[in-house]
Design a protein around this ligand. Structure first.
Ligand SMILES: C[S@@+](CC[C@H](N)C(=O)[O-])C[C@H]1O[C@@H](n2cnc3c(N)ncnc32)[C@H](O)[C@@H]1O
Length: 225
């Protein structure tokens, strides 16, 4: 995937903890594989709390300076988009669009500092695009934040299914957040894929979380073997 086709913008590990309702038991002593982390600092945040954490994203094929430049390039559009769609968000976790942007920039600065030191360590930052997971670990817990379902208008059901199968080939439990699209409507792929997962023998639960940023995004999907 070319860098110009990636919009790098990352949430913090603390936000991941709330969106996936992560407990100490979810992480302690466990191997975690996190899909599409981009410039989030989740890996850095989780590293001290679990046995191993590996993040997978095509962004990691690029060096830190190129990623930093791309973040600067996409930033005006992201800020403008946020200001135009203020009503689509709760302003509790962040009390204003500027506070959200400042928090995300600080998160991405932490990621970039860590990535400069570990960019070539594939055990930490693996440069792959789903469904290609060559080199990914076998993990107890898989996480996928703001990739599946959110982009339902751009990623079709067949691609969602292929990516889900690839992820479930590597993890015993998978959590996906959010279950709504960018426009806030429930993703049309969720009921289709839930049924398909059940047919394939997985247990699927829609679980509540305490993360309040995008309106109507109050659940994550938990898939277990
Ligand atoms: C909206 S960002 C979310 C970043 C982070 N998970 C978060 O919640 O802040 C979506 C991420 O998905 C990544 N991505 C896009 N296509 C992907 C694929 N086929 N496999 C893995 N990651 C992908 C992008 O590079 C980007 O970093």
């Amino acid at each position: 995937m070319e860098l110009k086709d990636i919009v790098p913008w990352g949430r913090s590990g603390a936000e991941y903890a709330r969106m996936f309702a992560l407990t100490a038991e979810d992480l302690s002593g466990r191997r975690v594989l996190s899909f599409g982390d981009g410039p989030s600092d989740f890996n850095l945040w989780a590293r001290s709390q679990c046995a191993q954490v590996q993040s997978v994203d095509p962004l990691y094929a690029y060096d830190a300076d190129a990623i930093a430049a791309r973040i600067e390039a996409v930033r005006p559009d992201i800020v403008a988009g946020l200001q135009q769609s203020e009503a689509a968000f709760h302003w509790e976790e962040f009390d204003s669009p500027q506070a959200m942007v400042d928090n995300r920039l600080a998160t991405m600065a932490r990621f970039l500092e860590d990535f400069r030191a570990r960019a070539h360590d594939n055990a930490v930052y693996l440069p792959r695009a789903l469904p290609d997971l060559e080199g990914a670990i076998q993990a107890d817990l898989g996480l996928c934040s703001h990739l599946l379902f959110l982009y339902s208008a751009h990623i079709d059901a067949a691609t969602h299914w292929a990516w889900l199968q690839a992820m479930l080939g590597r993890v015993s439990e998978l959590r996906i957040y959010p279950l709504v699209r960018l426009d806030g409507a429930p993703s049309e792929h969720v009921p289709v894929l839930r049924a398909r997962l059940r047919e394939a023998g997985y247990a699927v639960e829609q679980c509540p979380c305490n993360y309040r940023v995008q309106r109507d995004a109050y659940h994550y999907l938990r898939v277990t073997r």
